[in-house]
Design a binder for this molecule. Sequence first.
Ligand code: ADP
Ligand code: ASP
Ligand code: MG
Length: 425
Amino acid sequence: MGLVVQKYGGSSVADAEGIKRVAKRIVEAKKNGNQVVVIVSAMGDTTDELIDLAEQVSPMPAGREFDMLLTAGERISMALLAMAIKNLGHEAQSFTGSQAGVITDSVHNKARIIDVTPGRIRESIDQGNIAIVAGFQGVSADKKDITTLGRGGSDTTAVALAAALDAEVCEIYTDVDGVFTADPRVVKKARKIDWISFEDMLELAASGSKVLLHRCVEYARRYNIPIHVRSSFSGLQGTWVSSKPIEQGDKKVEQAIISGVAHDTSEAKITVVGVPDKPGEAAAIFRAIADAEINIDMVVQNVSAASTGLTDISFTLPKTEGRKAIDALERNRGGIGFDSLRYDDQIGKISLVGAGMKTNPGVTADFFTALSDAGVNIELISTSEIRISVVTRKDDVAEAVRAVHTAFGLDSDTDEAVVYGGTGR
Ligand code: ADP
Ligand code: ASP
Ligand code: MG
């Protein structure tokens, strides 16, 4: 008997009909002779609605209470899903993240899983139940407070439980047929990828392809858990994310030169204006940001004007951390020394990802040519071995993604990508 771990995202359980549809699918897996553990997200846009609600009562809610609120979303869907399964004549039990043994550090709103002790889940499935686990949440090791894993965190819960339960595969069910060469909501001609390496998927996820969360892919790579991303609305094969290419019939799927184009409009840019151009200044700025537990993405420092000896330093960070970062810098203004701060949340990032970049020197030039042909102005650039990213105006992002997708020959000449549900929020 195999053990199957399945995760269903919010758009797959957006309403009562969705929950009943998913329940049938889960029961099928059980009837095929498997032990089944299901991780479920909050219904539809529930998490966003809870965040809006919190902001109405407090502009900067305390992390502990914020997490307590957000985890309620997953508790609703886990209980409803267990009820729907029981209604189909099968035994199911729901568990919170804490009950399922998801132990985290105590960084509220973006806690990291440090251990998984799924004794109760094992016991439940050994008794013949289908176990339903609330995604995106855990309990902190030290204070025993409820934590959340960051937006999209149910993906990480799923892989972490798959690893702890020694499952062969972790199935991620969502509202598109797999991982595509670009977001199908933006590029209708995006192509479904049959297989992608952990490395390329990590870069896509880190660059904003929210179909899988970055931390989930990191976790899967560390424990070598293959992920199968597929639609909960169709019966099609999806995308395999794993260390080795899959076989299709008698042929191996090849590693693509370019895996895809990712975009991200969830970041903002802060410019620290008028920083003295002397050693230790960048260190002081980023120490203040790090002490506030804020992760930054790209950094650039301008050449200083010789006459003033002052320079500007810009960096990007999640918009959700914008206010906290500005507060942290203002608090340390005396120690750092700068003239002013500029905050810009009208930016977007476009990234091209592919292992083939290492050996194809023309890729960077072609990327910039495609952007310039589309009339897109570049504000920041960063690269890794297998990725190039640029920051542009937010309004240019969709056009830029399509232009780059076409320029690299990624457009599908047969099918249009299907988006089955979700609001794209
Ligand atoms: P879920 O609620 O199932 O977790 P998400 O909204 O988090 O779903 O992720 C699925 C969405 O990810 C898709 O609807 C799609 O708009 C978006 N997406 C972004 N980039 C990609 C990509 N490269 N391939 C597939 N989907 C993508
Ligand atoms: N419900 C959470 C969110 O919307 C977690 C998840 O869906 O994975 O971010
Ligand atoms: Mg998601």
